[in-house]
Design a protein around this ligand. Structure first.
Ligand SMILES: Nc1ncnc2c1ncn2[C@@H]1O[C@H](COP(=O)(O)OP(=O)(O)O)[C@@H](O)[C@H]1O
Ligand SMILES: [Mg+2]
Length: 195
């Protein structure tokens, strides 16, 4: 068997679920074999449609790992909106994203400073972690922080509903739902096409 055939066989085993057709969501496409490896049976990714999927995790550690995997698919200019109640796991997921982007610094919640920025390296812009829990859309605009959502940076916004009116159209929306026994569901909706 050639290397190509082996890889084809491996992929078909990993994605044998009938629902996974050629039009898989962009994150699922490559991530599923890795996710199974890193998190056993507890975590998983399920598709609903081309641009909608759900990530299930059973612990904060799994959420971070999922975040790190997810980050590999992010590109400059992306805005990831993380909605969900206090303690849902938005910051935990963000920590994973940062790790996946190669940021080794400790990510702490920016609730009191609204925004923390982390350089991603030469020519790669910044990773901006914005937490709008304490401010309004108007305060956000007057603070000038909206300037950080540009084509050079990758931004994560917690409590994005606070600035609904100024969120970019092409964004990734994630809503976090809290379940029993540390389980969480991250519902991901993408508004642009990805490969
Ligand atoms: N599956 C899970 N995913 C994320 N966090 C979890 C999970 N299970 C338990 N937790 C805990 O829930 C809390 C989430 O906090 P945090 O990420 O700061 O939430 P948020 O930013 O949404 O307010 C943390 O204490 C974390 O350890
Ligand atoms: Mg938070």
């Amino acid at each position: 068997m050639t290397k190509k055939q082996r890889s084809k066989k491996k992929n078909s085993t990993n994605t044998s679920n009938e629902a996974r057709t050629a039009s898989r969501p962009w994150f699922l496409k490559r991530a599923i074999p890795e996710i199974r490896l890193i998190s056993g049976l507890k975590a998983g990714v399920f598709e609903a449609s081309r641009d909608k999927l759900a990530i299930f995790t059973g612990s904060a550690g799994e959420t971070m790992k999922m975040g790190a995997r997810f980050a590999k698919k992010l590109k400059k200019g992306d805005v990831v909106c993380l909605a969900g109640e206090l303690g849902a796991g938005k910051t935990t997921f963000t920590k994973g994203l940062a790790k996946g982007l190669g940021i080794n610094k400790m990510i702490t919640s920016p609730t009191f400073v609204i925004m923390r920025e982390y350089p991603l390296g030469p020519g790669r812009g910044k990773f901006c972690h914005i937490d709008l829990y304490r401010i309004s859309e108007n305060d956000f605009l007057t603070s000038g922080l909206d300037q950080y959502m540009n084509e050079n940076n990758i931004c994560v916004v917690e409590w994005p509903e606070k600035i609904n009116g100024i969120l970019p159209k092409n964004r990734i929306d994630i809503r976090v739902f809290t379940g029993k026994d540390n389980s969480r569901k991250f519902e991901v909706i993408t508004h642009d096409s990805r490969d």
